[in-house]
Design a protein around this ligand. Structure first.
Ligand SMILES: Nc1ncnc2c1ncn2[C@@H]1O[C@H](COP(=O)(O)OP(=O)(O)OP(=O)(O)O)[C@@H](O)[C@H]1O
Ligand SMILES: [Mg+2]
Length: 244
């Protein structure tokens, strides 16, 4: 079986004055269809940079990235936009919903770019909103929803195009812990339904809910294995440092 996501010695290097920053410092990893992976690590460890590459929002400085067997590392912006639309669903910390259009239209938008006709857009969007438990809110504006509901709309939007991978960058970061747990429960259900999920989080209790944890430090993989492994999450000492 070919991996859905494969990094081969990926680097992302930024010039910083006379120096360079290796935001991603030689990462190799494989993620297969149906996995639920949490990427964890301290602030500045390279999580977002990694996620931007996985999400085809950015390309590596060197190394190869294969998404579903396709070499993404050399693609130009147009090709990246196409592959993002076909293969990826994004969930962001701040939901990123359009505030002037209703819930249903927000979900439909993501199919519009894919050139799906009006009737099919509406049908598929309603199915996605049903899945996240919001079928009774489809005519509401996002501002008329709670934070947790808004995040569920964004999950429906990520789902509706039937992506190969759902990428979630701190999806519970803006929510209180109870609502965050509900959103996480929903992601777990989607995983059980066969979706592949890659999640970034600072929160150990959230990361532990994934099947597999990839822990980064200084752009390198420090741990890659089951989420209940001994070195899966950062220690209390590391967390204290982070709180400064
Ligand atoms: N555009 C850029 N130019 C220069 N340096 C960058 C750039 N983007 C990221 N970096 C550096 O790369 C490193 C990794 O950054 P990244 O944003 O991936 O960290 P992170 O793990 O997502 O952190 P956080 O938890 O704070 O979001 C950091 O040292 C950061 O300063
Ligand atoms: Mg980040």
């Amino acid at each position: 079986m070919i991996p859905l996501i494969e990094f081969q010695n990926v680097y992302k290097i930024y010039p910083m004055g006379d120096e360079i920053v290796k935001a991603v410092d030689g990462i190799s990893m494989k993620i297969y269809k149906g996995e639920f992976v949490a990427i964890v690590g301290q602030s500045g460890s390279g999580k977002s940079t990694c996620m931007n590459i996985i999400g085809c929002l950015d390309v590596p400085t060197s190394g190869e990235y294969f998404l579903d067997g396709q070499d993404v590392s050399q693609m130009d912006d147009d090709e990246l936009a196409t592959i993002r639309n076909e293969k990826l669903g994004f969930i962001f910390q701040q939901y990123n919903l359009l505030t002037k259009i209703n819930v249903l239209e927000n979900v439909e938008m993501s199919l519009m770019y894919a050139g799906v006709g009006k009737k099919e857009r509406e049908e598929k969007s309603k199915i996605a909103l049903e899945k996240v438990g919001l079928i009774d809110k489809i005519k509401n504006l996002p501002t008329q929803l709670s934070g947790g509901q808004q995040q569920r709309v964004s999950i429906a939007r990520a789902l509706v195009g039937d992506p190969s991978v759902i990428l979630a960058d701190e999806p519970t970061g803006a929510l209180d812990s109870k609502t965050g747990k509900e959103v996480l429960r929903l992601l777990k259900t989607l995983h059980q339904d066969g979706n592949t999920i890659v999640l970034i989080t600072h929160d150990n209790s959230i990361a532990k809910q994934a099947q597999r944890i990839v822990r980064l430090a200084d752009g390198k993989i420090m741990y890659d294995g089951p989420s209940d492994g001994k070195d899966a999450v950062i220690t209390a000492d590391d967390e204290e440092e982070e709180d400064i």
